[in-house]
Each structure stands twice: as structure tokens, then as C-alpha cells.
Design a protein around this ligand. Structure first.
Ligand SMILES: [Zn+2]
Length: 363
């Protein structure tokens, strides 16, 4: 709750200073990209090379690297955390790490005790948060064959412990709404590609699985019963398809923020439909949105290719958020215009909100 109290204070301060600077907002340009300090709060570095951080340094980004429980078991989570720790220990000023826990051994009698001990060891080693992934809700089943949902009472102790210790939880729960549509009806090209290549996660093909609404409802119940938990919904909180739906959740849950990782296409799509609506959303919820990409490095791509694509993605998103340029992207069909958010809003999205919500890289 400490962090939430400081949000309220900051909100009041922001409200006071805003009225004083009403004449003419200041905007950044493309030339400011390298000058402004930025944080990408959702990347996956699973290697011991420095290619990723080197490009981040060049583009004035700091990073939060995230461990994901891909359902392969404890050993895989531990291996990913070793990479995250290696990166954050080599580059403590530039990389922070978020851990995860395995649910594969869910029915073992000592699962909760072992998981709490693992989390303790990660936090002692320097992890700043915990990630839960869509395997909770979509993959993991208990001994009776029922899917384990994120509001399962067995997870209560874990979320209570994290809330007490003021450790943020990053939750990728459910999938984009496109996942429940046929490929031809999906709004973004990246979703069309992903679900064509991952039919096991394409819920349109699996009508026996929980609906989109059931996934969102389980996440909402988690937030209802853990009002003192700091929660950052990854991928626009799986409400990427409509800023109004997302706004309703942000109103309902003051302890929730969202990251934009891998959902710029849905923002571009909505901007093409109604730019003012999206821009108004960003301004109204400027304290609750964290910039992120979901880019990563597993050490396989050539350093040059990796760094070029990182730079291209970061530049594209800066152009969209900071300028009013007319743009095109391979994520969607057609043109759209950048949001040209005021400098103050850009600074929050790119840095200050990460510092507030995740407690990373304090001034
Ligand atoms: Zn991710």
C-alpha cells in the first residue's frame, strides 16, 4: 500500500501543476528519442551476451527482464532466472529482473511451501517482481482435470505474501480477444501470425476451453480479493481490443496498471478508427500505462539483426506516442496518425510510471 499512497500524492501534485501550465503543451520530436530516459518494462533476455543491453544503452533505455513459466517445470524457471540475474548483476544500473514460479508440480503436497521458499530466494537475490502467465487459466490442470485459474484459493497465500512485501505482480492472463476469432477476422497481423503458428493457443479452435470473458473474469476476481496487491496487467491487461473496456477496469481497480508489450498493433488499429478517443484515453490514464515491447534475446539471432530490429521497434513506438506523423506499420493494414502526447505524459509512460508501479531505477 505504500506505493499506492504515493500515487495519490503524486496525482494531487500533478493536478495542481497542470492548471499552471495550460498555455500550449510542449511536445517531443523524433530528435528527442535518444535524449529522453526511457524504460522498457517487458523484455526477455535469456542469454549471457550483452547485445541487448548495448542497444538499450545506445537508445537511452533501461530494461526489466521477465522470467516466464512456460509449463516445463521448475528447472526451466530456474534457468531463466539465472540468466535474468546474470544480466541484472552485470548491469545493475540498466537491468532489473522479474521472477516466476512453476505450477507444473501443482498437486505436490508441499507445492505452496516450496513456491514461497523459491520466491523468497529470488527476492533476496534482487528480483523486483513476480510474473504469472497464461498457463494459469489455459494449460495447467489439477489432479481432477480442472484448469487452474488465477483466482484459485491455493494461490491466495502467495499473492497475500507479495502484497505484504509490496512486491508487484505482472500478469499475462488470458489472451488478446483475437485469439477467440477465426484468423481472417483478427485485427492485427502479429496475432494472425502468432495463432497460425501456435494453434494450441488459438482458442477459436478449442471451444471446450474457457471463453475470453471467463479468463478476464478470473483475473478480475483476483484483483477484487487482493486490493492491496500492486498489479501490472501485461499486454494491456488482455483488454487490448478496446480502450473503453480497459478504462472501465482501471476505474474499477485503482491498484492496477498495464504495460503495452506486443499490443501496439491493437493501439494502431484503434487509432486508425478513432484517434481522438485513443489519445483522450492516454491522457486520462497517463499514470497507469507503462511502455513495453516484449522483445527478447535468446542468443540465437545475429547481434546486428537483433539490434536493428530493437532500434526499429523503439523508434516506431516513439514516433507513434510522441509525434503526429502519419504512419504505416506491418502490424495492421492502412495509415494511422501518431498520438503526439504532451511531454509530461510521454515521460510518465516511458519512465515515471515504471518507477512508481514497479519501484525500478529510482531517481
Ligand atoms: Zn512477454
Amino acid at each position: 500500500m505504500k506505493r499506492l499512497t504515493s500515487f495519490l500524492l503524486l496525482g494531487l501534485l500533478a493536478a495542481c501543476s497542470q492548471t499552471q501550465s495550460q498555455e500550449g503543451e510542449a511536445y517531443y520530436t523524433m530528435d528527442d528519442f535518444g535524449k529522453v530516459e526511457k524504460i522498457d518494462v517487458h523484455v526477455h533476455i535469456r542469454t549471457e551476451r550483452d547485445a541487448f543491453v548495448a542497444q538499450a544503452r545506445q537508445d537511452n533505455f533501461r530494461l526489466v527482464t521477465i522470467v516466464v513459466d512456460h509449463s516445463a517445470g521448475r528447472a526451466e524457471v530456474e534457468e531463466q532466472f539465472r540468466y535474468a540475474l546474470w544480466q541484472s548483476r552485470e548491469h545493475p544500473e540498466e537491468i532489473a529482473s522479474v521472477t516466476a514460479f512453476s505450477v507444473k508440480e501443482w498437486d505436490e503436497p508441499d507445492w505452496t511451501t516450496r513456491t514461497l521458499a523459491w520466491l523468497d530466494s529470488c527476492l533476496d537475490a534482487g528480483a523486483i517482481g513476480l510474473k504469472v502467465w497464461k498457463n494459469i487459466g489455459m494449460v495447467q490442470r489439477d489432479k481432477n482435470g480442472a484448469l487452474v485459474m488465477v483466482d484459485d484459493p491455493k494461490l491466495d497465500t502467495i499473492f497475500h505474501t507479495l502484497a505484504q512485501r509490496d512486491i508487484p505482480v505482472i500478469g499475462h492472463l488470458g489472451e488478446p480477444k483475437n485469439c477467440w476469432l477465426p484468423v481472417a477476422e483478427m485485427t492485427t497481423n502479429n496475432d494472425k501470425n502468432y495463432f497460425t503458428n501456435h494453434p494450441e493457443y488459438h482458442m477459436y479452435r478449442h471451444p471446450e476451453m474457457p471463453s475470453y470473458e471467463e479468463q478476464i473474469a478470473a483475473r478480475d476476481r483476483l484483483l477484487e480479493k487482493n486490493t492491496d496487491l500492486t498489479f501490472v496487467g501485461a499486454h494491456l491487461g488482455s483488454l487490448e481490443w478496446d480502450v473503453d473496456a480497459l478504462a472501465a477496469r482501471l476505474d474499477q481497480f485503482p491498484h492496477m496498471a498495464v504495460d503495452m508489450a506486443a499490443r501496439m498493433g491493437q493501439l494502431f488499429y484503434q487509432t486508425r478508427e478513432n484517434r481522438e478517443k485513443v489519445r483522450d484515453f492516454f491522457i486520462k490514464y497517463q499514470d497507469r500505462l507503462l511502455y513495453a515491447t516484449d522483445m527478447g534475446d535468446e542468443g540465437e539471432e545475429s547481434q546486428e539483426d537483433l539490434q536493428q530490429s530493437m532500434h526499429r521497434t523503439w523508434m516506431r513506438d516513439w514516433q507513434y506516442l510522441a509525434t503526429d506523423d502519419t504512419m504505416q506499420s506491418d502490424l495492421i493494414e492502412g495509415d494511422f496518425q501518431g498520438l503526439q502526447l504532451p511531454q509530461e505524459v510521454v515521460d510518465k509512460i516511458y519512465r515515471k510510471n515504471a518507477q512508481q508501479w514497479l519501484g525500478v531505477f529510482p531517481e
